[in-house]
Structure formats: structure tokens, C-alpha cells
Ligand binder design. Sequence first.
Ligand code: PMP
Ligand code: GLN
Length: 381
Amino acid sequence: LNRRLDGLGTTIFAEMSALAQRTGAINLGQGFPDTDGPEEIREAAVRALRDGRGNQYPPGPGVPELREAVAAHQARFYGTCFDPDTEVLVTAGATEAVAASMLALLEPGDEVIAFEPYYDSYTACIAMAGARHVPLPLRAPDFRPDLDALRDALTPRTRLLLLNSPHNPTGTVLTRAEASAVAELAVAHDLLVVTDEVYEHLVFEGAHHPLISFPGMRERTVSISSAGKTFSFTGWKVGWVTGSAALVSAVRTAKQYLTFVSSGPFQHAVAEALRLPGTHFSALREDLRRKKEILSAGLEEAGFTVYRPQGTYFVTADIGPLGEEDDVTFCLRLPERCGVVAVPHSVFYDDPGTGRGLVRFAFCKQDGVLREATERLKTLR
Ligand code: PMP
Ligand code: GLN
């Protein structure tokens, strides 16, 4: 393994899911729903496979029907306009979109500012591009971004802000005022911005404000999302990028040499999914809001301090009140102690000491599974 990837090892999500499988524990670690997405969209995938749509290489930028559906989705929810031919690119999930964006937009030695705790692929992709990751802390109890700290983190080498809202793992959703302030800073310092919006439809408090819709941001922002969370098909790996033709074309250049294309028949099915009525999106959100509450209340009863998220699949809990200190030890022993898997926060920080004592639980699971998990967690006391 080269020095750029030194220390990146196996992702924490794969490690924790393997632990869940080995021990038969309830997996509240890796964020994937235990109920598949809409039947009609699965049927659409079957039809595409059967009718031979997408069984051979789809077009490089993605099938036209999906690019049009992505553009229509952005217009419907955010009032933003993108040309499906030049300003939309289909990727192998948001993961590839992040990787291709970093590889396309960064020079070796550039600095990239991203919230800390951070989604693990960010550090890896920044490192693969030869750039340097500069963390911007979101700290308990409220995990808000500190705009003065952001200003202080800027240097002449700062090239790009990689921003995730709704944020994994804290569940922070940028307010309009915060998003607007970040946008102003990006414009003032002529920065590129890449936004990871995979949880855009999972907002329980406030609203999602895409940074690309703020003044001066259209030409400097690469906006990323995917079908995994919005339609509960994390295995399909259909994602997309929207932005100016110049930026999307740059990302596409890198993307061509990563996967070239992917998920042919699923692209057709996701096009249908993006056209689902508003009730799909609101029902999903309300469903997850209820699950968040079941898990959060159960964790509180079990003695954790709970930081309720404004969005996403995840709730963060402090293990201090249980007399525990080390999140990694706690998570490694949790399956044998009570048959539950969770993810330690400290893996999401440059200095693991910062996240020590915090644990992330996923609530994208059936209500009964969440209730059973919290009953088990109550035996820890
Ligand atoms: N970004 C964040 C913040 C995530 O939590 C995830 C996991 N879904 C991804 C990107 C990856 O998305 P995808 O599965 O579409 O590659
Ligand atoms: N995004 C999911 C999570 O944070 C999992 C993605 C993965 O396993 N790489 O749990």
C-alpha cells in the first residue's frame, strides 16, 4: 500500500457489519435500511433487465432518461435548473462522485476543508488526489459549524470545501443562515465547493438548503446525491452530480477512468423513482422521524446521553453516563455484552481522542428491531 493510503485499512462499516454477521448481533452500525425500497421501482428494474434496457454499457454521462429525471428533481425540490445534457452526470453512487470530484478538481498539495467528524471516504479520496484534509470541527452537544473557525482554517492553499449536510454522523443540517454564510465565504475566497447531499430528503428539523442555489455558487459548486438513501436501495449504487457544464465535464473526465459506467438497468429504475409523487418523499421522512424517536428514547432509557439528529439515518450517543470511556472498546465488546453493533465515533476524527466516548447508532431499521436493540442495551446498566 502506498504512503498516501497508509493507515486507511478496512472501512469501519465493513468491519462492523462483519462483526454483526459473526456474532448474530443486531446491526445498528452500517447505515442501510433493512426494508427494501418501493415495489414499483423494483418492478421497474426488473422490466429494464427483461426488456434489455441498460444490459450493455449505458452512455458515459448516464442514460438520458435518468439525467432528465435528475434535472426535473432538482427543479421540483429546489427550483434550480440544470441542462440534462451538459450539467448532470450519473455516477456509481455518491462514493464515486466524491472520488471523481477530488481527482478532477485538486492539485497535489491543495488543502480541502471538511467537517470533522467526517465520512470516511473523504479523507481517503483527498489523500488519493495527493491533497491535504483540513478538519473543521463539529463538537457536542450541538455539532454546529463555527464560521470563525472556518475563516481561520483558510490558507492560500485552500482550494475546496467538501461539505456534507445533512451530516453523517452527527445529523447536523445546515440552517439557511449557516449555508448562506458558507457560500459568502466560498465566493469571497474563490473556493470550489463539493456538497454531499445523500440525506437531502431525510430532514426532520428545518430544511435542506443546497449550497449551489446561493448567489455566486452556481459556477463553483459540484452537488452530489444518490438513490441509496432516498429510495432505500443502497446496493444499486446509482448516484449523480449536478453543476456547471465546466465542472461536470471535469468530474466526468475522472469518472471515465474509474468505472466508465455502471448500473445500466438500475439507472432506468431510478429515473422512475425520481418521478415518484411527493408522498414518497414525505412518507420516507416521517417514517425515519418515528424511528429516530424510538431509538433516541430507547437509548435515553438505557442511560446514554443522546444527541438527537436534525437529519440522516444516525443518532449519536455519549457512553459516559454508563461509566464507559472508550468508544472503540465499547463497540468491539457490545455484540458479546448485549447483541448490538454500533460504530465508534473516534474513527471519524484526525485525532481519535476527540470522538472518544461517542457512539453512532443507525435507526434505518424496522421498529421492532429498534425496540429489541434498545431492550438489549438496557441490560448494560
Ligand atoms: N456520503 C455520505 C455522507 C454517506 O453517508 C454515504 C453512505 N451512503 C455515501 C456518501 C455513499 O453513498 P453511495 O452509497 O451512494 O455511494
Ligand atoms: N454510508 C453508510 C454509513 O455511514 C455506509 C456506507 C459504507 O458502508 N461505505 O454507515
